[in-house]
Design a protein around this ligand. Structure first.
Ligand code: HSE
Length: 308
């Protein structure tokens, strides 16, 4: 049977203060899944490059998402998946969500596209839940839909796209440190201070407004997480200095992407030297003996899609 190829972008989820709520798809990096129909069951026949991810479809987010989509479609057919990981696991770039979204999209496409992209968010999020220990759609939703999304991953479940910021340029730096989402969630406290809550709520609401109004400056003033970031920063060696140096090099804001260790810095298109920010961040990690990979990129407005 014929193979199809699907790309799913990296995501920043959470965007700064919007813990489990605000997510953003970013261009350049992502996972690719090749898929074809088989008579029954889910088969993961390949994971590249060599990875420690399970090929058991019940333990892999791609396999679980494909299974959930087949269940939704009430079909007896199956699907074979070849996963090409562009996003390292434990990087804070929505790696498990990207594989889940791509597999959900591919399965739906192979079986007649009866579901919309929005319908695929729940199956992909269930898959993400299996590996992360939490039910949150701030990676799966932007990954599938593209752009920035707001999600309430509680009942009633809600997802909405929130506009675009044309002037936004994003610098992603992923240090060679693994942070497992499950562990980065377990370290969070059960309660937070009222002051922290008010701060993060204000910043999250204003980020939503910034996307709705296409207002880069409002976004830049609001990318500040005073609740989660100070705790998770402990997992990223050199974090405070990397952030300080990025700001000195011209970034208008810096925060942890998802549960880390990737950091994202922001600047706008008026800044003709975004590479200075990237360089400052990479070099500071190096000072701590940590290599990293980096990219200067923008919003991915399309989300999960078929490719040639
Ligand atoms: N919102 C989740 C977290 C995303 O920050 O734990 C993890 O990728």
């Amino acid at each position: 049977m014929e193979w199809i190829k699907v790309f799913s972008p990296a995501t920043i989820g959470n965007i700064g203060p919007g813990f489990d709520v605000l997510g953003l798809a970013v261009g350049g990096w992502g996972d690719v899944i090749e898929a074809r129909k088989i008579d029954s069951g889910i088969l993961i026949s390949e994971i590249e490059p060599e990875h420690d991810l399970p090929t058991d479809p019940n333990e892999n987010t791609a396999g679980i998402a494909a299974r959930e989509v087949l269940k939704l479609l009430s079909l007896n057919g199956g699907v074979e998946l070849k996963i090409k990981k562009g996003l390292p696991s434990g990087s804070g770039l929505g790696s498990s969500a990207a594989s889940a979204a791509a597999a959900a999209f591919a399965t739906n496409h192979l079986y007649g596209e009866k579901l919309s992209k929005a319908d695929l968010i729940l199956p992909a999020t269930k898959a993400e839940e299996y590996v992360s220990g939490g039910f949150f759609a701030d990676n799966t939703a932007p990954c599938l839909l593209g752009g920035a999304t707001l999600t309430r991953s509680k009942l009633p479940f809600d997802v909405t796209k929130i506009g675009h910021i044309d002037n936004l340029r994003i610098i992603l730096v992923t240090p060679d440190v693994i942070v497992l989402t499950r562990e980065a969630r377990e370290m969070l406290p059960d309660t937070v201070s009222l002051d922290g809550f008010i701060n993060n709520m204000a910043n999250s609401c204003l980020i939503s407004a910034a996307f709705a109004k296409n207002d880069y400056d409002l976004f830049a003033r609001s990318v500040n997480d005073v609740v989660i970031e100070p705790i998770r920063a402990q997992l990223i060696p050199g974090y405070a200095e990397v952030k300080e140096n990025a700001l000195k090099a011209g970034a208008d804001g810096v925060a942890i992407s998802g549960s880390g260790p990737t950091l994202f810095a922001i600047t706008n298109h008026t800044n003709s030297r975004p590479f200075l920010i990237e360089d400052a961040m990479v070099r500071t990690f190096k000072k701590y003996g940590i290599g990293s990979r980096s990219i200067i990129t923008e919003i991915d407005s399309v989300g999960t899609r078929l490719i040639d």
